[in-house]
Design a protein around this ligand. Structure first.
Ligand code: 9MR
Length: 565
């Protein structure tokens, strides 16, 4: 028995430790202006490092930091920081006392390539049109779900639309590894894409994603967002303005391609959260789309009317929380606290209309702002308010204060963390928690031009691309060690080994280790609890909202870097 235990210990030391402790870097490539850190085992603390160019000449040298423990991973690390090296190129990092050199890339295109792929993934997820080879290459596939005969579920029945009757609700994107379409999650996702277009209009207009709409004169990010927006419009009941919470089958289908899914699809109950999120997104869209009236005639006005109609329904139905019907097993996106949804909708409607009634509904002082996530949306309202300082003079000062207070808190976490990263919590979709922190830092930087926020935002990209204790780059197709077995029906069923590129895996979390079995996970530390396995829907699924915050983060940084060159 003792020999076996000994052998197991040796095996763990050989197999687990070297991977966990190998040098961890941004595997895809740092932008010239990035913070550039490579993390390594504590034994190198205080030693020297050098960077050599491709001719073998030293271009930078420095001392490795002190070692520090990161409580979330249980690992102790130190790092080489060569942020001052800004020239693009391929380099070798030499570490005193280590035989293992680290290849480092600095590339001015690195963030735009990545950001574009993150947004292109939405094209790949389009529901009601064929994904064509000229845009998707080997990932081309037939039309998935036409969604032109969607059944009204009992929970969604009304006089005009009784249970069992049929509506048409085509378009949009698949939510995640499953083929559902969920309003709450669509809202934050679509908002994030609209917002990056609003905040960086020239930059986003220069992006060409090679999608069917490319070249129509609007940004491809906006074009892609409109695909989902148009679907969202179909989820509003024209008879009363309420919005169905989701459109899914009764249970998740098997791991088959979209066009092989045999299950009927239903719209399930209207909820106040979905209706308010819908109102907020539509109001935002009306402002962002307005300048493109010639490309999308009438759409901005249609969105605004839909937003106001949804608000009206919410006033009449102020607290209808989503409750999963007994015969439905798909994702819930249930939310018991909807004060933040009220705030977000009121804010966006006020910005879009200037009407007093919405202004009066903006209960600013009752809000506790936090990093956004699908169920925590008031900070999205802050982002919008900060973009319109002249319209909201009185609210602007408060918004600035609230946003900077939040950013400051996360910046402290960034500055004191062993991994120089702001994340301290690892819920389901932790990588999106982090990219939403990055999104917050970008707003703080735009407000203050304080470089510390830009660095903290950039460090989030570094982490997502491999500068983390797992040494995984979490975006499919990017980096030398990225997820190969994401929990996604298309990726599992398409017969292609490499997953669809540009998808952000959820990332480490302890939240639902039962998916593969607790004993399959390598660690009980939250930042280490990740499995690149299909069964791991809690750490290795992909989702539109996770890609959205990452898209904003990477494109936002690229826009800032390009404008400040
Ligand atoms: O992202 C959601 C996460 O915050 C929740 O904890 C989790 C469990 O309710 O659900 C996640 O959302 C899933 C949704 O319910 C269905 N489609 C896949 C989503 C990503 O896993």
């Amino acid at each position: 028995m003792r020999t076996i235990n000994y052998l197991i210990t040796v095996l763990i030391a050989l197999v687990v430790l070297p991977t966990a402790q190998a040098q961890q870097k941004n595997q895809h490539g740092y932008a010239p202006q990035s913070v550039k850190r490579v993390f390594m085992a504590p034994e190198y603390a205080g030693k020297t490092f050098q960077l050599l160019n491709n001719k073998g000449e030293e271009v930078y040298s420095g001392a490795i930091s002190n070692a520090k423990e990161w409580p979330h991973s249980g690992t102790t690390v130190c790092y080489a920081d060569f942020s001052e090296l800004k020239a693009g190129g391929q380099y070798e990092l030499l570490i005193e006392g280590s035989k293992q050199n680290v290849a480092v890339t600095i590339d001015a295109e690195s963030y735009s390539t990545l950001g574009n792929a993150l947004v292109k993934s939405y094209y790949m997820a389009r529901v009601s049109e064929p994904v064509k080879e000229q845009y998707a290459g080997q990932y081309a596939r037939p039309l998935g779900h036409a969604d032109d005969k969607v059944i009204i579920h009992e929970s969604a029945a009304s006089k005009e639309r009784p249970a069992g009757s049929v509506i048409s609700s085509p378009g949009g994107w698949y939510d995640a590894g499953d083929y559902g379409k969920y309003i709450v999650n669509s809202a934050i996702t679509t908002y994030s894409l609209l917002h990056v277009c609003e905040m960086f209009p020239e930059y986003t207009r220069s992006i060409n994603l090679n999608i069917p709409e490319s070249g129509n004169g609007a940004s491809d990010v906006l074009n892609e967002a409109i695909i989902n927006l148009k679907w969202m419009l179909t989820m509003q009941d024209p008879n009363d303005g309420g919005v169905y919470h989701k459109l899914t089958s009764k249970r998740f289908c098997g791991m088959v391609m979209p066009h092989k899914d045999p299950l009927d699809r239903y719209v399930v109950m209207k909820s106040t959260a979905a209706t308010l999120d819908f109102a907020a997104t539509m109001a935002k869209a009306s402002r962002v789309i307005k300048p493109f009236e010639n490309i999308y005639p009438g759409l901005a006005d249609e969105c605004l009317a839909a937003a106001e109609y949804a608000w009206q329904w919410s006033l009449d139905n102020p607290a209808i929380l989503y409750q999963q019907p007994k015969d439905i097993q798909t994702g819930q996106y249930g939310d018991k606290h909807i004060d933040d949804e009220w705030f977000w909708a009121a804010t966006e409607l006020y910005l879009a209309t200037g009407k007093k009634l919405y202004y009066q509904a903006v209960k600013f002082d009752e809000q506790k702002f936090s990093v956004p996530q699908w169920g925590r949306v008031n900070t999205l309202g802050l982002y919008s308010l900060l973009g319109e300082p002249d319209k909201v003079k009185d609210l602007n000062k408060k918004s600035r204060k609230a946003l900077l207070r939040l950013a400051e808190k996360f910046n402290k976490d960034y500055e004191t963390s062993a991994y120089r990263i702001s994340i301290t919590k690892f819920p389901w979709g932790s990588n999106s928690e982090l990219s939403n922190e990055g999104m917050l830092f970008i707003h703080a930087y735009q407000l203050t031009k304080d470089i510390k926020y830009l660095e903290a935002a950039d460090a989030c990209v570094g982490y997502l691309l491999g500068a983390n204790p797992l040494g995984y780059s979490f975006v499919t197709g990017f980096g030398t060690k990225s997820p190969m077995r994401v929990h996604d029906r298309r990726c599992e069923a398409d017969g292609i080994e490499a997953p669809i590129p540009g998808l952000l895996a959820g990332g480490p979390s302890l939240q639902a280790q039962h998916d593969c079995g607790k004993n399959k996970y390598p660690s009980s530390y939250p930042a280490m609890s990740y499995l690149d396995e299909k069964c791991s829907f809690s750490t290795n699924e992909i989702a539109i909202n996770w890609n959205a915050s990452a898209s904003f983060l990477v494109l936002g940084l690229d826009a800032i870097y390009q404008s400040e060159k």
